[in-house]
Structure formats: C-alpha cells, structure tokens
Design a protein around this ligand. Structure first.
Ligand SMILES: Cc1cc2nc3c(=O)[nH]c(=O)nc-3n(C[C@H](O)[C@H](O)[C@H](O)COP(=O)(O)OP(=O)(O)OC[C@H]3O[C@@H](n4cnc5c(N)ncnc54)[C@H](O)[C@@H]3O)c2cc1C
Length: 390
C-alpha cells in the first residue's frame, strides 16, 4: 500500500502548470501558510481584518494587479494570477477578495478604461498596496440587474455631480479610491472618485455570517462633485463594468478550488486520526466514497480552471466559458465544504477547523460576481440563442 496522496496529485494537474507559474504559486502558498493561516480564524471571529497592512504585504509579493502590464504591476500570465487566487482562498475567501477587488475590479477598470492621467495617478500606488481601491456597481435595489441602477451623474458647468447609493462594496470603507458606475445622459459611465471627496461616505456592513475577514460597505454619494477628468474615457455602457467582472470571475474559477482543497486536505488528515468503533474513520467505505467523490470534483474543477487559464493566456477565452467555470467551481467547492463538515462531525462546526468558515464564505462567492442563476442564464442563452433574463 502506498502512502496517502494529496487530492490534486490524483490527476497530477501540477504537470500542466509552467515552471514559473508553479514557483510563484509555491511562494504564495508559503506566505498563506506562514503569515495568514495562524491569524485567519481570529480575524474571521472578530470580523476585523487588517486590510491596509495586508494590502502592503500583497503588494510586496506582486499580487495586486499581478496580470496587468506596466505601472509597477507584475505582468504575469492569467494562469499565474488564477493560481495565486487559489492559494489565497485556501487561506480564506475574504483574503482572496481583497486581491480580486483591488486587481481585477478597481485596477483593471482604470488600466483598461482609464486616461493616462488616471493610470499614472492611481495604478502604481495601487500595485504596491499604498492606495486601496473599491468597485461600486451593485445598489440596494439592483444586484443581478445592474442596468437598472439609480445612481446618476449629471453635468454642472464643466463638472460631474454624482448622487446615489452603492451596496455590498468590498473594501468600500477602507478605500482611497472608488470606481463608481452611474447613469448619465449618454448611458452608464464609470467615475474615479477619491474617497475624501466631499459628499462621499462609506459605512461598513456589520453582522455578516460570511466573508467576515473582508470589509463590506455601503457607499453614499450625496452630490459628489468631480472634475471632467474623473470619468473613465474608454468605458461606455454596461460593457465597461461587465469587462471588469469577467476578470474577477476568472480569479474565482481558481480561487473557489483553494477553499475546497483546504477543506478536503483538512478532512483527510482528520479522518486518518479519528477513531470510531475502534477503526480509523478514513478506513470506512462510506468515508472513502465521500472523499473519492470530492477529489473527483476537485480534480475536474482544476482541469477546467487550467483550461480556461490557457485560453485566457492565448487571448481566446469565450465569455460563456467563464460562466461555466464560475458556476461549476463555486457550486462544487461549496458542496465539498459542506460534505467535509459532515466527516468532522461536531468538530466541523468550530473555528478550530476551516470547514464552516470556508462553507460560509462560499455562500458569498456563489452570489457575488454573478449568482449561480445568472451564470445558468448566460449559459442557457449561449446554448439556445434565447435570453431568459427578463
Ligand atoms: C460579501 C459580498 C461582497 C460584494 N462585493 C461587491 C463589490 O465589491 N462591488 C459590487 O458592485 N457588488 C458587490 N457585491 C454584490 C453582488 O455582486 C450582488 O450581491 C450580486 O450581484 C447579487 O445581487 P443581489 O444580492 O442584489 O441579489 P438579487 O439580484 O436580488 O438576486 C436574488 C435572487 O434572484 C436570482 N435572480 C436574479 N435574476 C434572476 C432571473 N432573471 N431569473 C431567476 N432568478 C434570478 C438571483 O440569482 C438570486 O438568487 C458583493 C456581495 C457580497 C455578498
């Protein structure tokens, strides 16, 4: 009999990863194990995470806007970025969210759609973590349907004046800059809003049962006056914010697997130690059936993620494919976290083990960046040519 195999070694998915990407992945894994893992349960329990300190540390590691070129960004492959998300989320989905929102949403919006002046002003400091960004699209009454947004930007002289509310905004109350999407006479446009602009307030949302190691806030924009240069010149209509969501969804395709891997590794180690009816829990067929099914789903999810990574690195990733990855990998990761919890019995409900923490986090991951239902509708539309959104 050979010794136990780690779940992802079953399919040897590492052999599909380039040497450089694997080295970077190992660096992030070591950082998560040494620096984040010892603290995470406490941050989660207190609902208090040192975002500013962590952003500087993530910046030093080159994780912020890491797949973007220039402006101090690391310019890695998309696959490397995905693998970094996986390792961070093996620590906690909230920690991965800090990096996703900074790099894929706030920085990407400026990098892709911003003016040279906006890029020079914000991107280098965001890459180091000195400046924190947030991304305000969702509103209290418009989540899955951002096209209904009520936030407005009207011209007043040469200025823009923004009014409205944004809800569930990650990093909102710790951000230095907010990318805010608002309706104008010419359709939805994006604005780069320094958070110390008069009329901008951010209030942290408390009492979350999920993503407790991540700051979530409501933004209020009460006549926020901005110069004409605050508008993102290259983003017109909803395709602007949706292009950023596509980036963030890609990170989640990988990230969610990190949470699942952590659950499965924890559970296998526990089941090998735990004795029940005088035998190892891991030696029972019922346990092994559960572990085998979970490892199969994890391996399939990893193959899917690496396939999407390769397509993205080749510049030919079809939009519905992201929905396939986001839908499958978050759904399966959540199922794995819940199933692992059953194997730990009562111990599984505590913060001593990461299972309930990951499961609770994955409820948010299932909902943000397009709910499962929204991704089913995207895939359904691709398959039938019929939109069933309304
Ligand atoms: C922790 C956290 C952090 C977040 N961070 C950010 C952020 O940084 N920036 C940001 O802009 N937003 C953020 N969000 C918001 C997130 O994107 C929204 O929650 C998400 O888009 C869903 O919107 P909603 O919550 O309003 O749900 P709703 O849109 O009200 O959906 C409710 C239910 O209806 C379903 N549904 C929707 N449309 C259809 C349909 N056509 N047919 C059938 N069912 C449908 C949904 O799938 C869902 O099950 C965050 C959310 C969370 C939980």
């Amino acid at each position: 009999m050979t010794g136990p195999l780690s779940p992802l070694a079953l399919l040897d998915t590492d052999s599909l990863i380039a040497d450089d990407d694997r080295a970077m992945r190992d660096t992030v894994r070591a950082f998560v194990d040494d620096r984040l893992r010892p603290e995470i349960a406490g941050w989660y329990e207190r609902g208090d995470v040192p975002v500013r300190d962590l952003a500087l540390e993530f910046g030093k590691l080159g994780l912020l806007g890491m797949h973007l070129e220039g402006y101090g960004c690391a310019g890695t492959s998309a696959t490397a970025y995905g693998l970094a998300c996986l390792e961070l989320e093996a620590g906690d989905s909230g920690l991965r969210s800090i990096v996703s929102v900074q790099g894929s949403l706030a920085m990407y919006a400026i990098w892709k759609h911003g003016s040279d002046e906006q890029k020079d002003q914000w991107l280098p400091r965001m890459a180091t973590g000195e400046a924190i960004g947030c991304f305000g699209l969702t509103e209290p009454d418009f989540g899955s349907n951002p096209g209904g947004m009520r936030a407005r930007a009207v011209r007043d002289g040469g200025d823009w004046v923004l009014t409205g509310n944004k809800m569930w905004i990650t990093n909102g109350s710790v951000a230095d800059v907010a990318v805010v999407w608002a309706r104008t006479e010419e359709g939805v446009r994006g604005f780069v809003v320094p958070t110390d602009t008069p009329g901008f307030t951010a209030t942290e949302i408390k009492h979350k049962m999920s993503l407790r190691a991540s700051v979530t806030a409501e933004l209020a924009l009460d006549g926020v006056r901005l110069p004409p240069s605050a508008m993102l010149p290259e983003a017109r209509g909803l395709s602007g914010p949706l292009s950023c969501l596509t980036e963030a969804r890609f990170g989640i395709v990988f990230g969610s697997l990190g949470a699942a891997r952590d659950c499965l590794e924890t559970t296998i180690a526990y089941a090998r130690e735990r004795e029940i009816f005088d035998r190892q829990l891991a030696a029972y067929q019922l346990t092994q059936a559960k572990l085998a099914d979970m490892a199969v789903e994890l391996g399939k999810g990893m193959l899917l993620a690496l396939h999407l990574g390769r397509l993205k690195d080749d510049g030919r990733l079809p939009a519905p494919a992201i929905s396939v990855g986001k839908l499958n990998n978050t759904r399966e990761a959540l199922a794995i976290a819940r199933e692992c919890r059953t194997i730990l019995g009562a111990a599984g409900i505590t913060l001593e083990y990461p299972l309930m923490r990951h499961a609770n986090n994955l409820e948010s991951v299932l909902t943000y960046e397009g709910t499962s239902e929204v991704h089913q509708l995207v895939i359904g539309q691709a398959l039938t040519g019929e939109s069933a959104f309304r």
